[in-house]
Design a protein around this ligand. Sequence first.
Ligand SMILES: *[C@@H]1O[C@H](CO)[C@@H](O)[C@H](O)[C@H]1NC(C)=O
Ligand SMILES: *[C@@H]1O[C@H](CO)[C@@H](O)[C@H](O)[C@H]1NC(C)=O
Ligand SMILES: *[C@@H]1O[C@H](CO)[C@@H](O)[C@H](O)[C@H]1NC(C)=O
Length: 266
Amino acid sequence: MVGMKPRFLNFLILIVPFVEVINSLVERADMFRFGRVNNDTEYMGHHVYRAVPLTQGFKYFNTVYNTLYIHDQGIISFKDEPLSMTPRCEQSSDPAIYPFWAHNLATIEGQIFYRQTNNSIETAKASDEVNIAFPRLGPLRMQWVLIVTWEDTTPHGNMAECVMANNTFQAILTTDGVYSFVIVYYNQIQYTTDHFLGPDCSTDNVRGHARVGINFGILNQYLNVQGSCTRSIANIGHSTNVCWPGKYVFKVEKFVPFFEILPLSS
Ligand SMILES: *[C@@H]1O[C@H](CO)[C@@H](O)[C@H](O)[C@H]1NC(C)=O
Ligand SMILES: *[C@@H]1O[C@H](CO)[C@@H](O)[C@H](O)[C@H]1NC(C)=O
Ligand SMILES: *[C@@H]1O[C@H](CO)[C@@H](O)[C@H](O)[C@H]1NC(C)=O
């Protein structure tokens, strides 16, 4: 029987990163309104990325962008080029936001939605988040938001006969014309990896754990949320930089020392 023990432990270690189930932290009812019923655009396809012409310029680390790019693998970038499906954690010169860069698939069950709006319900909600996070700047009134929602996305390679895991998270870009912010809500994170499950549902081919953070794209500066690129990124929904588990807020309009893009409460 002693001989059985190491094998059992080994099995557990392989499985844990994949089935780690995290409770819903920002409830769906507390997210920004999304979905077909709210006239979102639905992202179709895989291994493609979508150019989104912006109705209002968005300043990101000293550059005003009028177009950005949504990638199904959980990235919003500012350069018209494809990015690796597998999360990379090293420095890169691509300005990009990583709400949850994994090999997210929206083609099996889940969806990715986006819409820009200046509706007062959305701008007021964004203003509230920003004013709570950065009280010394305001009160600020946001004018515009872009809401990108990854709903029930599944990991690449997931198969019906294996554990069904899905992630739901939302990234909001917002500006008042002077300051720019990124708000991220985590509703459910059940997988963290770029998976290629074998026919036996093994996780032997895990290539990398998700990256969460922002890349300035200049001077190779970037900020990775703690736990990025390790299995503990599964706990992102229990951590926060604004005293609300599952929520993150970053100030991103100009290039400043790291601590200035983070809220006071972090
Ligand atoms: C969605 O678009 C339709 C048609 O333009 C409009 O009638 C409806 O009010 C919109 N719904 C929302 C939630 O904005
Ligand atoms: C996503 O996960 C939730 C909770 O585990 C489950 O209720 C739901 O059916 C899943 N959805 C899909 C599309 O797999
Ligand atoms: C916001 O308001 C302006 C008019 O003030 C309008 O031109 C623009 O299309 C609106 N919508 C968005 C998504 O910015």
